[in-house]
Design a protein around this ligand. Structure first.
Ligand SMILES: O=C(O)CCC(=O)C(=O)O
Length: 265
C-alpha cells in the first residue's frame, strides 16, 4: 500500500519510486525470465545491438511475470492511484539502444493511465536511467514542453536553448528491485544507456467511463495490433494471450473483462 505522502507525491510530481521493492532473489528470477523471453523472440540469435528490441505482450509469456500484475505490491498501489476497476493495457519487454528523446506516452489529460517500469540493471543519470520532468503530467507545463518534440528523433537539436540531455529534470537512478510508477502524461527520456539496456513495463488505465476513454483504449489496441502484425518473429499476431484474457484469477479477470467486452484479442 502507498502512504498518503506517496500518493500525494505521485499526484503532484507525476511519479513515485518504490526502492528495493523486490528482493535480489526475486529479481534474479525475473531477470532470468526476461532474458529467456527476449532470446525466444530473437529465435535464439544474439542481440545485434543496432535497434531496440521490444516484445509486446511480454509478461503474459511466463507465469512468473504474469503473476506480477496480481502481486499486492503492484495491484494495491494501482487501485489506490487509478481507483477500483482499473484495466490492463499491456506490457513490453525491451532491450534499448541509444538515447530515448523527451516524450509523454500520451496527452490524455482526462484519463488516468499508469506505467510501471522495472529496470533490470543499475542505471544512473548518464547511463540510461529514466529522467522525468516533475509536474509535466499536468497543464500548463504538459503542453508548454511541446518544443521538446522536435528533439525526439535527434536529441542533439536545440529546444529552450539546450540539447535534449540538458533539459532540467529529475533522474530516477535505480538499482534492480526498484520499481517506478509514473503517470503516462509525464514527460520522460533516457540518455547514455548501454546498448541492450534491459527494462520492462506494465501499463494500466483507470476504469473507462466515457466514450473518450473507450476510444483511447481502442486506439492503443489497434496500434499495438499493427505493430505486432508488422513484426517478422515468433509472436502470435495477437496483442493478448487467451490464457490471460480468460484467466481464472480474479484480479486478472477484473482488469481484462472490459477488453474482452470490447472484442480485443
Ligand atoms: O528507458 C527508456 O529509454 C525510456 C522508457 C520509455 O520511454 C517508456 O517506457 O515509455
Amino acid at each position: 500500500m502507498l502512504t498518503a505522502e506517496q500518493i500525494s507525491h505521485f499526484d503532484t510530481f507525476g511519479f513515485v519510486v518504490m526502492r528495493q521493492y523486490f528482493s535480489a532473489a526475486e529479481m534474479d528470477e525475473i531477470s532470468h525470465e526476461f532474458d529467456d523471453v527476449l532470446a525466444e523472440d530473437r529465435q535464439g540469435q544474439p542481440f545485434a545491438g543496432e535497434t531496440r528490441q521490444a516484445v509486446l505482450g511480454f509478461i503474459e509469456k511466463r507465469a512468473l511475470l504474469t503473476h506480477l500484475v496480481e502481486d499486492d505490491r503492484i495491484f494495491q498501489p494501482l487501485e489506490q492511484l487509478l481507483g477500483p476497476g482499473f484495466v490492463w493495457i499491456g506490457s513490453d519487454g525491451n532491450l534499448y539502444v541509444g538515447d530515448t528523446g523527451w516524450h509523454p506516452d500520451g496527452s490524455e489529460l482526462n484519463y488516468g493511465r499508469i506505467k510501471v517500469a522495472f529496470y533490470l540493471d543499475p542505471v544512473t543519470k548518464d547511463s540510461g536511467c529514466l529522467r522525468v520532468i516533475p509536474g509535466s503530467h499536468r497543464m500548463p507545463l504538459h503542453t508548454a514542453l511541446d518544443p521538446l518534440k522536435r528533439q525526439r528523433a535527434d536529441t542533439s537539436l536545440m529546444a529552450f536553448g539546450t540539447d535534449a540531455s540538458g533539459v532540467p529534470c529529475f533522474p530516477l537512478e535505480s538499482q534492480p528491485g526498484d520499481v517506478v510508477f509514473f503517470n503516462q502524461n509525464l514527460w520522460h527520456a533516457a540518455f547514455g544507456g548501454r546498448s541492450g539496456r534491459r527494462m520492462f513495463t506494465l501499463n494500466f488505465g483507470a476504469q473507462p467511463t466515457t466514450d473518450e476513454h473507450i476510444a483511447y483504449l481502442q486506439r492503443v489496441y489497434q496500434s499495438n495490433l499493427g505493430h505486432i502484425q508488422r513484426m517478422q518473429n515468433t509472436q502470435t499476431g495477437r496483442v493478448y494471450e487467451d490464457e490471460f484474457l480468460h484467466s481464472g484469477r480474479p484480479r486478472i479477470q477484473g482488469m481484462v473483462g472490459k477488453l474482452v467486452e470490447l472484442g480485443f484479442k
